[in-house]
Design a protein around this ligand. Sequence first.
Ligand SMILES: Nc1ncnc2c1ncn2[C@@H]1O[C@H](COP(=O)(O)OP(=O)(O)O)[C@@H](O)[C@H]1O
Ligand SMILES: [Mg+2]
Length: 421
Amino acid sequence: MKKKDIFYYTKRKIIAISVSIVFVCLLIFAVITQILYQSKVFNDIDKQLIRQEHIILTMPPVVFNGNMPRFADELFFRNPMPIVQEFIVVVYGEETVQFISPNPYFNGENFPYILNASEGEIQKIRYKDHDFRGIRFKLNGYDIEIFKNVDSELQSINQLRNSITIGLISLIVIAVLLSAILASRILKPVRENYDKQVFFVQDASHEMRTPLAVIKGKLEILANSWDVNIDSNFEHISKIMSEVVGLEKLNNNLLLLTKENIDLNISVTKVSLSTFIEGIGDFYCDLAELQNKEFQVIKPEEEIILQWDYDKVKQIMVILLENAFKYTRDDGKIFVSFKDEGKYIRIIVKDNGIGIKEEEQERIFDRFFRSSDVRAKNISGSGIGLSLLKSISKSLKITVKFTSKYGEGTEFKLLVPKVMK
Ligand SMILES: Nc1ncnc2c1ncn2[C@@H]1O[C@H](COP(=O)(O)OP(=O)(O)O)[C@@H](O)[C@H]1O
Ligand SMILES: [Mg+2]
């Protein structure tokens, strides 16, 4: 449960970060769209107001019945009227309203008063729940105001804002869902690796428990028999020694195993097959003599030059040969052959040892797996060799197959590329 929590918070963090990024981007987009639209709409209206101002200012004088009419009346007499209908014109002079163009919003007694505003400047006016933009200027001693109602424009701006808000909310919901899916995907391999590490540490500590318990027990016996001759305790001491050697080996293999998982770099060198075989063969010939076992190596007669990661292929051979020697009885026969197969070298390591029960065969490459027989017989080992072999051969593209018959023997077949990349 605890480890799930770690990922729960990480997942939440990933979601929060990605959604915030999306949110900020969308918000900036929304604000810019809104501002651009709004200023476009009002700019157009303001331009029209200024054009109307210009038209009035540049009207040629009209002579009516030989007289110059009052300026305010002039607007009536002109045909067509110079003012577009959607604009409202108020003419103010001699302290009274002289003229106000017909409109549904206000009359001579009730109209927005912008006489205090500076000349030629666009004003925003709210009057009895209606919104206007207006401009004021002077002509022939009159104050003239032109208004335009902007209710419908404001309504469409509001509509746009609402649509953007709804869009923003839906996109954020989608972003949350997508980032949740994304976070689970990203975390999947991390979680798997984490689980593997946990199992690895659990298995490793489990493997160490037995030898440590044995060592502790033996040491306790020794501690309680300090006055006894060391010879009579030889058995305990040698048991301790062998357990310590086992632990040491386990420790080395654990290091190799973790290294193998992290560092899969291969270093390729040119090497001849016979040099390679000599490098491993000699040691096992001696061992075979020592253990009274038969050890036979067959190799091609012609010289074959290989581009191999020497150390890693050797490590594989050592793992297989060590097992072959360990899991054969005194009359053991171990047979190794190297065969040229075009792009590959086929290597066979065969023994007539204890074999592996069929039901256990699929597990022999698992980390720390050791057959029940081997454990029962107390044959030393840590169950790491073949899992190490598996990860090395995967990185070197070596195919590994094996057959085994319980009580009769085991045969490993490797197909090793001559040129490694
Ligand atoms: N040549 C073999 N003959 C019989 N059993 C084998 C052989 N090679 C491997 N095994 C089985 O596979 C298990 C795993 O081998 P390995 O990973 O090398 O671990 P270890 O040798 O330390 O037990 C061994 O414990 C043994 O049960
Ligand atoms: Mg082994």
